[in-house]
Design a protein around this ligand. Structure first.
Ligand SMILES: [Zn+2]
Length: 406
């Protein structure tokens, strides 16, 4: 199962309704939990289907407001409660000391779960209809869902007060055609990726700009009095910025990984668990290193995990190779050509091969992953692809094919 996240744009009325429904769900959760606790005190044992039947009774008696919420959503509240109860008792059985399930305070219930039914998606108009809520505008539905079977939608309110729909679909990539192509991918600091087919994918440029803004927001927050109105405002501002950076980065990583899984059957990358990340060619000085590097490190790991799960879904393969010396080795003759971090070109004194440093590494990665030693390696100009071109979808369409070496 895959999840697509799209942002929703409910109008004022719908927002009020959503907030109200969340609170009704919260009250129901607490009520059912209370029933479970009462039953236990009496030595009775409740089951999920029993508490399920309470809902109907509550609807007709003490909680008529339940009628405001779609019935399947209420069922999922019960389901959530039982998932919690079961995972708690599992922990208990494994010998851990744990307390009881707690009642949810105001604002602590965060999801409205439409399972199987109660929604209708119009991906052409970018609208989703939710039973008992109405038609909500959203962004980002186009193209992605057309062919897929939708299992459910979970509405969620973010910390910053925005609404998102997590659309759960059955695996989408399974029908990707085989390409019979293989690629080696080198990730780095100066460019995000250089691959063995001669593409250089640049790092998203906005990171630095955003980091500056985040630093300023941090500083503003630290100057405010804690819990004051302005402090809360500044905190929200910071959360918004952080969410923005995360979302942009994820979007970029999804798009790049999708491209590689579509285009290749066999993808070789370095095993980052082994790589001392500091080896990854860091030209920056120590000061600017920390936060930027932190983000990059996280990006590589995330990129590989996206790549892996997308590949599994599409019946394709990602191979992790030992990273030691991929930069130093000559991809044509296999000898070691020492270079320091600032050397951008691989120049082999033994076989005269002259290549971009990262391109050389990507070929070595491909060789290690495939076990193939007889690749014909030649110098070629790299094709640079900007991050913004990827995010906007201009690049990485199938017709922009770069011929492969083999
Ligand atoms: Zn050589």
């Amino acid at each position: 199962m895959l999840t697509y996240k799209v942002q929703l744009y409910p109008n004022k009325q719908q927002q009020a309704k959503l907030v109200e429904q969340l609170d009704i769900c919260r009250k129901l959760y607490n009520k059912l939990l209370e029933e479970c606790k009462k039953a236990r005190e009496k030595g009775e044992k409740l089951t999920q289907s029993k508490t399920q039947s309470f809902i109907v009774r509550l609807k007709n008696n003490s909680m008529p407001e339940l009628k405001e919420v779609y019935s399947k959503v209420l069922q999922m509240v019960n389901h959530t409660l039982w998932v919690n109860i079961k995972s708690l008792s599992k922990l208990k059985k494994s010998g851990r000391k744990i307390g009881h399930l707690r009642f949810k305070g105001k604002g602590c219930y965060k999801t409205i779960n439409y399972n199987q039914s109660g929604f209708k998606i119009d991906e052409y108009k970018n609208k989703i209809t939710f039973s008992k809520i109405g038609i909500i505008n959203c962004r980002g539905l186009n193209n992605r869902l057309r062919k897929n079977k939708i299992k459910g939608i979970i509405l969620k309110r973010s910390q910053t007060g925005r609404w998102f729909a997590n659309i759960q679909v059955e695996n989408t990539l399974t029908d990707l055609p085989k390409t019979n192509k293989r690629v080696g991918i080198d990730v780095g600091v100066s460019s995000f990726i250089v691959d063995s087919d001669g593409r250089r994918v640049e790092n998203p440029k906005n990171i630095d700009k955003q980091l500056k803004k985040i630093k300023i927001a941090h500083r503003i927050l630290s100057r405010k009095k804690k819990d004051s109105k302005n402090w809360l405002k500044a905190k929200l501002q910071l959360a918004k910025l952080l969410a923005q950076v995360t979302n942009q980065r994820k979007d970029f990583l999804h798009k790049v990984s999708r491209f590689y899984v579509r285009s290749y059957d066999f993808i070789c990358v370095e095993d980052l668990n082994i790589t001392a990340l500091s080896q990854k060619g860091n030209k920056n000085n120590k000061r600017s290193r920390t936060l930027h590097r932190h983000i990059l490190d996280a990006s590589w790991g995330q990129f590989f995990s996206y790549l892996s799960y997308k590949a599994v879904n599409a019946d394709k393969k990602v191979v992790k190779v030992h990273p030691e010396g991929t930069t130093q080795e000559c991809s044509r003759c296999g000898r070691i050509v020492k270079k320091n971090l600032s050397t951008r070109t691989h120049l082999c004194p033994y076989c005269d091969l002259e290549l971009d440093r990262d391109y050389n590494a990507s070929i070595n990665i491909l060789k290690r992953g495939t076990g193939c030693t007889s690749l014909l390696v030649e110098n070629r100009p790299l094709v640079t692809i900007s991050a913004s071109a990827i995010v906007s979808g201009q690049v990485f369409s199938m017709n922009q094919e770069i011929p492969t070496l083999r």
